[in-house]
Design a protein around this ligand. Structure first.
Ligand SMILES: Cc1ncc(COP(=O)(O)O)c(C=O)c1O
Length: 362
């Protein structure tokens, strides 16, 4: 496939190079490349201000953010989670010696179904780890309420949800910890990166120790930590990119709405249920009426050098690597029938119209 004319599912949103270079000059001048450096501290402050949250702790990636959160909350035993997610969501649970217990999703929002959570709680359950999939917030009121009633913690996988607000507040503040990803494919990127957000200062202090091998401010090892530090180069890219985030979000929203307009009369695709003021338009997922039609559309697009992605297929409970092979019917069907179409700021409107015409005729 020719690289030049290929339309990939996404492309990173990058600030102009000339805005990145002054930060790099600063790194070259000071020689500080990592270890709680000044650029990472500045990025934490600027992100907290942008999001309207009291504190942000940056880490090496979104996967580490969840791992550190699980460790900071001393979780053990079973953690209830969704099978409709990226593999990292279940992996971190297993890596932290807990057992993922998969519960099915809501057919309209594609998020963990709050109606099914309580039936999965056992005396071994310590937490719920839902995902705001494609930036669509979970029903956090109900999930956090269930957790409170049963004495459980909640860690939200908010890898997709940066910039999403619920009732005027960042969704990252819901639950005990919100974990964001700043991977190159995300709406805001630091190349690789992520962050934990919590309103609890003691928990944030522990997260900061755990991301740095368990060292405290006096450089004494006081906790069983890991290496989850964000580098200064990543923080530099984050600072340059953050200045453009509002414009990136507005452009993606316009492009998402163009897709919806172009596919409005297409009888064989449906969309994720969302509220426009509580969504960040970070992906363009469409749900086909059958897997056969999805495969036909994928083939037709690829033949024309357009590369959509099957996020997230197959459903995690069907992998068999987490010791559970439940037949959770909604997530299995949704995972089989969702295709994410290309969406990024530089994608031309004419390209979107072409993609929609292909999808509509499959
Ligand atoms: C739902 C979800 N959770 C977690 C992650 C992991 O994030 P990272 O790649 O920053 O480790 C991803 C990554 O793409 C994701 O899509």
């Amino acid at each position: 496939m020719s690289q030049a004319k290929t339309i990939w599912v996404t492309q990173p949103s990058l600030a102009p190079l000339k805005e990145f270079l002054p930060y790099l000059r600063q790194i070259w001048k000071t020689g500080v490349m990592t270890h709680n450096g000044p650029l990472m501290q500045r990025l934490e402050r600027e992100l907290a201000a942008f999001l309207g949250v009291p504190d942000v702790a940056c880490v090496a990636n979104g996967t580490c953010a969840m791992q550190v959160a699980i460790r900071a909350l001393d979780l053990a035993g079973e953690i209830i989670t969704t099978p409709f997610s990226f593999i990292a969501t279940a992996n971190v649970i297993a890596w932290e010696r807990c057992v993922p217990v998969f519960v099915d999703i809501d057919p309209a929002t594609w998020n963990l179904d709050p109606d099914l959570i309580e039936a999965a709680i056992t005396p071994r359950t310590s937490a719920i780890l839902p995902v705001h999939v494609f930036g669509r917030p979970c029903d956090t009121e109900r999930i956090d309420g269930i957790a409170r009633r049963h004495g459980l913690k909640v860690v939200y996988d908010a890898a997709h949800a940066l910039g999403v607000q619920v009732a005027g507040q960042s969704v990252l503040l819901r639950g005990d910890v919100g974990c964001a990803s700043f991977h190159a494919t995300k709406i805001f990127n630091t190349c690789e990166g992520g962050a934990c957000v919590s309103a609890d200062p003691a928990l944030m202090a522990r997260i900061r120790r755990l991301r740095f091998f368990g060292f405290d401010e006096r450089k004494e090892i006081v906790d069983g930590g890991m290496n989850a530090k964000m580098t200064e180069i990543s923080a530099a890219l984050g600072l340059a990119n953050l200045a453009h985030l509002p414009e990136v979000m507005a452009t993606r929203r316009r492009k998402y709405e163009l897709y919806r307009h172009e596919l409005a009369d297409c009888p064989h695709v449906r969309f994720q249920a969302y509220r426009p003021d509580e969504y960040n338009f970070c992906y363009m997922p469409v749900l086909f009426d059958s897997e056969e039609r999805l495969l036909a559309a994928e083939r037709e697009l690829q033949r024309r050098h357009i590369v959509p992605r099957r996020y997230f297929h197959p459903a995690l409970d069907t992998l068999g690597i987490f010791g559970q092979r439940d037949a959770l019917p909604i997530s299995r069907r949704v995972a089989a029938c969702i295709l994410c179409l290309p969406l990024y700021t530089k994608l031309a409107d004419a390209q979107i119209k072409r993609i929609c015409a292909i999808v509509a005729t499959c």
